[in-house]
Design a protein around this ligand. Structure first.
Ligand code: ADP
Ligand code: ASP
Ligand code: MG
Length: 419
């Protein structure tokens, strides 16, 4: 008897009819002879609605209370799912994060799972019940409710699958798998049948929100096979596992992320310790920095190298905190100007094949240039290249790169030929 973990995202839980449809899927898996644990997200739009309510009360609500508030979305959804399963004639029981229990650290709004006690779930499964668990939430060692960051139900599902040693973790969502790029902005995007954890991790961390980054990290660490599927069709989906597609392509996918903002300190003193001072101050406020560029600027007195510009990107959601820190540090390090730009998007190409192929960066820059898209910053790793461009170019850049690297519906052997 296999153990199957199924996760239903917000759209899949968006209406009572959809919850009934999801319930029918869990029952079908149970009837096929599996033990089934279901993780649910809040109904679509609900988490946004709750967070908006708090911000109507005050601009910077307390993080602990934000989590207590946001977690209610999944509480409603898990109870409704259990009721829907029962209404279709099957035994079911719902558990919240603290009932289960999903122990996290105390980093409210972005808590990390430390341990899962699956004994109550095991017991319920042994009694023949379908177990429903509220995703996105946990509890810290002091009994406070925590949440795992936006999209965190994916991580709940994979963590519970790992804790239960499940045979598979099925992620039911509103697309029928992982695509070569977001199918909602690029109509020629092609579904990938099988993708490696490594590539999926890059795609997720570069903005492909179909899986939350931490869920992929965890799946990779514990070897949980993840199957991304549609709630609304019986399509075969995408398997995320150790081995990607055996057919080796150079570029597997294109991702974009509108969640970052660019900060530029102009004309800071070019001497040891200045950059350390800037980033130490940001780290002290728990701000994660993504891209960093430092370039020598021309000194107003004519002496080159005496001053430098420091540019970096941070999450838009951290920008208020960043402004507080940087406005002050900027003065200390002698910046002549500090600029903030939220009107940017990071577009990236990802592929394991880049390790053994030269020229991918050149090709990416050429494609963007041919479309008149100016690159504001670049970062690379072994298997990805990212460029920062103006937001207005998002769709154009994604589609141009997708087409330029031949990721669309061309036959597999014609894709991404030698560069
Ligand atoms: P859920 O509510 O089920 O968790 P999400 O909205 O978090 O769903 O994630 C699914 C969405 O991810 C899709 O609707 C799609 O727009 C987006 N997405 C971005 N990149 C990709 C990609 N490469 N493949 C599939 N979906 C993608
Ligand atoms: N409901 C949460 C969110 O909207 C968690 C999730 O859907 O995975 O981010
Ligand atoms: Mg999601």
């Amino acid at each position: 008897m296999a153990l199957v973990v199924q996760k239903f995202g917000g759209t899949s839980m968006g209406t009572i009819d959809r919850i009934k449809n999801a319930a029918a899927r869990t029952i079908a898996a149970h009837t096929e002879g599996n033990r089934v644990v279901v993780i649910v997200s809040a109904m679509s739009g609900e988490t946004d609605r709750l967070l908006r309510l708090a911000r109507e009360v005050t601009a910077v609500p307390d993080a602990r209370e934000m989590d207590a508030l946001a977690a209610t979305g999944e509480q409603v959804a898990s109870a409704l799912m259990a009721i829907a399963i029962q209404a279709q004639g099957m035994r079911a029981r719902s558990f919240l994060g603290h009932q289960m229990k999903v122990l996290t650290d105390s980093a409210f709004t972005k808590a990390r799972i430390k341990a899962i006690d699956a004994s109550r779930v095991q017991l319920a499964l042994e009694e023949g019940e379908i177990v429903v668990v509220a995703g996105f939430q946990g509890v810290d060692e002091h009994g406070n409710i925590t949440t795992l960051g936006r999209g965190g139900s994916d991580t709940s599902a994979v963590a519970i699958a790992a804790a239960l040693d499940a045979d598979v973790c099925e992620i039911f969502t509103d697309v029928d798998g992982v695509y070569t790029t977001d199918p909602n902005i690029c109509p020629s995007a092609k579904k990938i049948d099988r993708i490696s954890y490594e590539e999926m991790l890059e795609l997720a961390s570069l903005g492909a929100k179909v899986l939350q980054i931490r869920s992929v990290e965890m799946a990779m660490k514990y070897g949980v096979p993840v199957h991304v599927r549609s709630s609304f069709s019986s399509s075969s989906g995408t398997l995320v596992t150790h081995e990607g597609d055996l057919e080796q392509v150079v570029v597997t996918g294109v991702a974009y992320d509108k969640g970052e903002a660019r900060v530029m300190l102009v004309g800071v003193r070019d001497q040891p310790g200045v950059v350390a001072e800037i980033f130490t101050a940001l780290a002290a406020k728990s701000v994660s920095v993504d891209m960093i560029i430092q370039n020598v600027s021309v000194d107003p007195t004519g002496a080159k190298g005496a001053h430098t510009d420091v540019t970096f990107t941070v999450a838009k959601s951290d920008l208020a905190r960043v402004r507080d820190v940087i406005d002050e540090i900027g003065r200390k390090v002698g910046a002549v100007d500090v600029r903030y730009d939220e009107d940017i998007v990071k577009v990236s190409v990802v592929g394991l094949g880049m390790r053994s192929h030269a020229g991918v960066a050149a090709k990416m820059f050429s494609i963007l240039a041919e479309h008149g898209i100016n690159i504001q910053a670049i970062s690379t790793s072994e298997i990805k290249i990212s460029c920062l461009v103006a937001t207005k170019y998002t769709e154009l850049a994604v589609r141009a790169l997708h087409e330029g690297f031949q990721l669309g519906n061309a036959p597999a052997d014609e894709r991404t030929p030698a560069i």
